[in-house]
Design a protein around this ligand. Sequence first.
Ligand code: FO1
Length: 314
Amino acid sequence: MSARYVALSGGVGGAKLCLGLSHVLGDRLSIVVNTGDDFEHLGLFVSPDVDTTLYTLSGLVNPETGWGRRDETWTFMRALEGLGGPQWFNLGDGDLALHVERTRRLKAGETLTAITGDVARALGVKPRVLPMSDAPIATIVETDEGVLGFQHYFVRRRCEPVVKRLRFDGAERGTITPEIRAALNDPELRGIIVCPSNPWLSIDPLLAVPGLREALAAAPVPKIAVTPIIDGKAVKGPTAKIMGELGITPDAVAVADHYAGLIDGFVLDEQDASLSARIGTTVALAQTLMRTLDDKIALAQRCIGFCEKLAGRA
Ligand code: FO1
């Protein structure tokens, strides 16, 4: 089978489904990853969602946290503490090498897409990992405590401030990369899968890149989204809290409504089957909670089968 798929992903939850998809599709999968969480820290360019995707797909990821590397050492952070340096954002020694090397190559004028492709190859990652933009786009969180950069909100303040509004600074200067356009125009493309990421924090920045939403809509294949909410609770992270603060009922229906116009199908968790009638598009029921690799592969196969059914091929 030469069928190719494109996944849209950000954060730890999205990376889990990408791992399942990579086991099924290998290099026939292209992943468009959120870069709105990227920021400069200690003079280093840190790209958390790209790195979580690369580490998850290579088996290097810390399985407890879902970010950073497993079996990590912390000599750098201890030495930094001794110098009075900031401690709120943890950079393990192995992880640090990636930030140093990426910063070196960006300063030499290379694109984030080219660097990410080389890192993926170095880590043995088969799918194409494509940053949503080579121009910097920063997710900014307007809260009751003022305007915060994403990592300050998410890590330093542990998502405690009340979110009033989200914006994506620099989006208007973004352009869809040639690599993403090629993936969406590939004649072998058979489907587009929006992973169970936080729609507001991880997928909206991606959809804010000029031309991307149009290119997705123009792709002549089914587009499906997988719910990140089960029984009114986010599987991980602040999705339900943020939805409440934005005045949105934290349930799967609100997520499907958020993607209205973009998707042809929605993967709802079996526990929320009673919500099916309120979803405004075709529904597939699945076990969307992914604890094991088999869960991730099974959900990936369910998504691919759903795309084939929507395309009238199954
Ligand atoms: N998340 C934390 O909660 N604490 C950290 O110290 C932390 C460090 C970190 C370093 C590199 C990296 O790629 C991710 C890191 N994250 C940390 C996770 C990161 O903030 C989130 O995974 C994404 O930005 C949201 O998905």
